[in-house]
Design a protein around this ligand. Structure first.
Ligand SMILES: O=C(O)CCC(=O)C(=O)O
Ligand SMILES: [Fe+2]
Length: 303
């Protein structure tokens, strides 16, 4: 369809060009109008090039994402009950030691109401932490120390962060436990738990290449449950950057919304990737849990 639209525009252009070449052979008045005509033609050409460029760009970006289903739109409010999509259990789990309560589901709740209170300070903290770190990837929260040249800065000094994080962590842990039918005391925070800021600049390190399909249990080792708390809105703060579950026959997306928490079991059943961010800046925090007490980490503490 894009090609035929381009054809129609080209035909009109040829017609106008013919009229102009007739005019220049006439008198001065006609030359003046020919000049105005050719300026109009140039403007028309510019508009045509812009429209075609935009159409091709939209087409290519829609091809890139290949979304087949949108599980949750940015504007939807899925609250207070989480929306749950069950996926078949991955056979990989047979190779792992099992811990009580490991469940194999995917849940995509929108808990904006519960998290609204934490959004602004958490987002500000993420912005300040990432500005200090000067990285386009993420900032680890488990040590609390950001390297800044040769100096280390403890981010937990800011904003009573440990209390804030504890609340966020506890609430997410409670929702995961409730949704998967687990005992919340058998879930442990694990590392890495981190802020991420993504924009359209080119990745500096391989770690910054967030768009590759991956399985969190493989990438991070200790993850059994991944949760993502979004701190900015798809469509207004940034475009692109949708989260995509890559199922066998479908690519199912979750559109980030500030305050939305998406969580899922971290195994093969939840292969996923993040679409490249096209415009703007996307902030999120990844809070991860393990069922293995040996991989648990303690909550950040105030120094
Ligand atoms: O930020 C997201 O939506 C997902 C990030 C992710 O897949 C990861 O950190 O492993
Ligand atoms: Fe991931």
């Amino acid at each position: 369809r894009t090609q035929s639209r381009l054809g129609v525009f080209s035909n009109k252009t040829v017609e106008s060009a013919f009229c102009v070449s007739v005019s220049v052979r006439g008198n001065a008045l006609r030359q003046g109008s020919a000049w105005r005509g050719s300026r109009g033609l140039a403007a028309l050409l510019l508009v045509v090039v812009f429209v075609c460029g935009a159409a091709v760009w939209l087409y290519v970006t829609s091809l890139d994402s290949e979304i087949t289903e949108t599980l949750v739109r940015q504007g939807e409010l899925v609250s207070p009950r989480p929306r749950v999509y069950s996926v078949p259990c991955s056979e990989d789990y047979e190779n792992y030691k099992r811990y009580p309560g490991e469940a194999l589901h995917r849940a995509t709740p929108d808990t904006s109401l519960h998290f609204a209170r934490f959004l602004f300070p958490t987002r500000r903290l993420a912005e300040r932490g990432l500005a200090l770190a000067g990285s386009d990837g993420g900032v680890n929260l488990h040590s609390g120390a950001l390297s800044m040249g040769k100096q280390f800065v403890n981010i937990y000094r800011w904003e009573k962060f440990s209390c804030l994080f504890l609340n966020v962590r506890e609430r997410i842990q409670a929702i995961i436990a409730e949704t998967f039918g687990l005992d919340p005391t058998l879930l442990y925070l694990t590392k890495p738990t981190f802020f991420s800021r993504i924009n359209s600049t080119i990745a500096k390190t391989q770690h910054d290449e967030y768009w590759h399909p991956h399985i969190d249990k493989v990438t991070y080792g200790s993850f059994d449950y991944t949760s993502l708390l979004y701190l900015s809105d798809y469509g207004s703060d940034f475009t692109g950057g949708r989260f995509i579950f890559m199922d066998e026959n479908a690519n199912r997306t979750v559109e980030p919304r500030a305050g939305r928490v998406s969580f899922f079991s971290s195994g093969t059943e939840n292969l996923h990737r993040v679409e490249k961010v096209e415009w703007g800046t996307r902030f999120a925090i990844t809070v991860s849990f393990t069922c293995d007490p040996a991989h648990g980490i303690s909550d950040p503490a105030m120094p």
